[in-house]
Ligand binder design. Sequence first.
Ligand SMILES: Nc1ncnc2c1ncn2[C@@H]1O[C@H](COP(=O)(O)OP(=O)(O)OP(=O)(O)O)[C@@H](O)[C@H]1O
Ligand SMILES: [Mg+2]
Length: 584
Amino acid sequence: MLRRDIFITYMIIVLISLSITGFVTVKSVEKYFIKNTEDTLITHANVLRGILAPEFKAQQIPSTAINEKIRKLSNDIEARITLVDLNGQVIADTERSPDELENHGNRPEIEMAYRGKIGKSIRYSSSMGTEMMYIAVPVINDGSISAVLRLALPLSQMGRLSKYIWGVILSSNLTGLIISFIMSTIFSRRITKPIEEVAQAAKGIAQGNYDMKIPVTATGEIKVLAESFNHMAENLYKTISELKEGKDKTEAVLGSMTESLVAVDDKCRIIMVNSAAEKLFKIKREKVLGRHLLEMLRNRELYDLVKDVVKNKKYMSQELKIITSEEKIFYINIVPISGEKSSGAVAILRDITDLRKLEKVRTEFVANVSHELKTPLTSIAGFVETLLDGAYKSQDHCLYFLNIIKLETDRMTRLINELLYFSRIEAGISFKKTHVDLIEVVMKALSVLQTAIKEKRHKVNLDLPDTIKPILSDEDSLLQIVINLLDNAIKYTPDEGKIHIALAETHDEVIITIADNGVGIAENELDRIFERFYRVDRARGGKIRGTGLGLAMVKHLVKGLGGKITVDSELGKGTTFRIFIPKA
Ligand SMILES: Nc1ncnc2c1ncn2[C@@H]1O[C@H](COP(=O)(O)OP(=O)(O)OP(=O)(O)O)[C@@H](O)[C@H]1O
Ligand SMILES: [Mg+2]
């Protein structure tokens, strides 16, 4: 485009200047030619009138012989000679017979000559059929004009000359044109190439290729332009890289946050959300950016809080319940932001649902423990009072009450021991792993609970292999587990029940099974028996009193050893616990 414009302009300038030169040259050559011809004719006329003057002595019309004379003279000077008398009558002429010629008195050059001056005229001669130059001078005898001598020369020679000059000029112009055509092509390319390169690079940058460079081949201003452009592109690239890096960092930080973050501008339109917020509100960043907060998050309470902060520019924090798929409690911090051009607010939402749940569990736990301690303490206090009131006097009563007091103190001691055990587990007890023979563990547990088994006359059926390869585990924990399960089986099976203990192994774990044919557990309670302080018989108000911590502890220990526990039970038929412990 630019190249074509430059080329056309260049060619027009060349054409105009060549035409002007040609025209001026031809015109000045013509002028010079005419002047030259005129001077020559005037000189000839002056000479001739001197020669011819004697012919007009005493105002005589010269004889026809004069015709012969001027013809000779005409041959010498190569011009037409005409003699005209004072009336305009042609006396003699070198080209035609005077009779054929009309009166010449009114010809401008003749009229001038009559007045004693040199008459000049250039005009088309119909008798000669060409452009002619006429010069007329008076022939003077004794101080008075006797006739007029006129010399005429055809200017056809000049026409030929002009044509020739035009020819030369045109051919040189044509050569000039061809040369300038080539030159302008080269020049326009040389001028436009670097501009095109700049344009190309600018286009590239506009499309995001910030590392584009223009090869600096040009000189002068274009070179300066190319260099400044490259410099600018480099700076732009640097700035954009820095911005991008900053943005990436910010995004990485925001993305790794567990808190949800939503930022809005002064019109409460969303300008930023992190991935936690996307997950929480089930939104997509691309879809919510630039949209109104209320419209996108559909939470009026949160919107009102954010709006207040945007308006009052004051930090605020508070707890807020947000119901998405489930009800959750959030601790919200909203901070006003004020930049140079924009203001708004950033809301950070921290999910504290679990924290609140844990707090609830803790308060419940404390309440449970207090309750569990209060019951035996109340009964001890009651019996001590009865004894003090006089019961101590009877030895039988005294023994009876002291036995009950002992039972209750034992219960409290066990409860406290279990609580201590729990706090140890919670603090993260380290398991001492040694080579453990599981047959030994089972036998130890049986000997611990031997009395209880005997008391209830249970029949214990053992299904143990002769030997079992020791496993790498914590012996104390395993003993605790088996004792607790066995204790339950004894407790929750009516007298003369059947208890079955089995040991089996797969290639990477051992399975301990403890089954009874006791009261069983209802299906809806199976999940809950592993909770702390949960006792089925509590609801049923049964006679057997435990603390409800046994299975919770078992579960903790099994998990700590990397194993798992299952339970199958049917009300009135019995219960089977299975523990799976990894061999190493
Ligand atoms: N073998 C079983 N047969 C029937 N019910 C059982 C059996 N084992 C446990 N349960 C039920 O599960 C409840 C929880 O057992 P867990 O061992 O945790 O507490 P507990 O035996 O009541 O008290 P603790 O073991 O602390 O003295 C028991 O109260 C009982 O109702
Ligand atoms: Mg128990």
